[in-house]
Design a protein around this ligand. Structure first.
Ligand SMILES: NC(=O)c1ccc[n+]([C@@H]2O[C@H](COP(=O)([O-])OP(=O)(O)OC[C@H]3O[C@@H](n4cnc5c(N)ncnc54)[C@H](O)[C@@H]3O)[C@@H](O)[C@H]2O)c1
Length: 255
């Protein structure tokens, strides 16, 4: 049986670890050729190795999403082998420091988080826009529970702001690009066990317990839990879906 993404070329930022790696593997399993973009080239190579070992097609490219010119250059290079039809904006970082903390540290968190999590999404999307319009493509942005605010979820102003921005960008682009046949959606993962939160989980079990008390499925997620919605949003299965955020959070936000 043909895969759901046969004939597609997918670019995935932050594809060298965690959720991005899981999405890359799932897309390759469904027949897409995957371009794994990551500032950590070793991680990107690891993902490519996993995909190739399973018989899929993938290549690794080092990209820092904060470097707007590099995004443009890499998009142009990739286009020589064919236009991408799927873009996943997944690269991201998180730091949870109170806004009332050390002023210099708070300002640095703000700059780093916004430049990767939000400006990075703009930089990459804009660089691939012509390709996505030419292929009537699909954009999948990785938002968060923190695309919304909930008192029992551990917060941080910079990260929350960045993920609200990702949701706003998703909706604005869906409205603007629908006429070109480009669909733009987001996924809102709950607590997913990856490197981004490994230290927080280890140092702060109360945080995890607090989140789980509000999570009907009563477990943290794995990258595979995000891969399914990501395949759905990239495939023709979601041909009439745009401008939405699919929460993959064990029910945290729903109940
Ligand atoms: N893990 C969770 O609980 C969770 C929940 C909600 C949302 N998210 C979001 O999911 C996405 C993936 O996170 P993850 O949990 O897999 O974390 P992760 O740390 O395992 O992976 C993040 C990847 O992004 C890459 N990256 C970081 N800065 C980059 C840059 N400037 N340019 C290119 N690549 C860069 C890293 O090298 C890494 O490979 C992020 O946007 C994160 O905010 C994660």
């Amino acid at each position: 049986m043909a895969g759901l993404l046969e004939g597609h070329i997918a670019a995935v930022t932050g594809g060298g670890s965690g959720i991005g790696q899981g999405i890359c593997q799932a897309y390759a399993r469904e027949g897409a050729r995957v371009v794994v973009l990551d500032v950590n080239l070793d991680g990107a190579h690891e993902t490519v190795g996993l995909i190739k070992a399973a018989g899929g097609k993938a290549s690794a490219v080092r990209l820092d999403v904060t470097d707007r010119q590099a995004c443009r250059d890499i998009a142009a290079t990739i286009a020589r082998d064919g236009n991408i039809s799927i873009l996943v904006n997944n690269a991201g970082i998180n730091r949870r420091n109170p806004i009332t903390g050390d002023a210099a540290a708070v300002a640095k968190d703000w700059e780093d988080i916004l430049s990767i999590n939000l400006d990075g999404v703009f930089n990459v999307t804009h660089a691939f826009l012509d390709q996505l319009r030419a292929t009537r493509g699909r954009i999948v942005n990785i938002g968060s529970i923190q695309s919304f605010v909930h008192v029992s979820w551990p917060n941080s102003a910079a990260y929350t702001t960045s993920k609200h921005g990702v949701l706003g960008f998703t909706r604005a682009l869906a409205a603007e690009l629908g006429k070109d046949g480009v669909r733009v959606n987001a996924i809102g993962p709950g607590l997913i066990e990856t490197r981004i939160n490994a230290e927080a989980r280890a140092k702060n079990p109360d945080m995890v317990a607090n989140v789980m008390r509000h999570t009907p499925l009563n477990r943290a997620g794995k990258p595979e839990d995000i891969a399914g919605p990501a395949v759905f949003l990239a495939s023709d299965m979601s041909s009439y879906v745009t401008g939405c955020i699919i929460m993959a959070d064990g029910g945290f936000r729903t109940v």
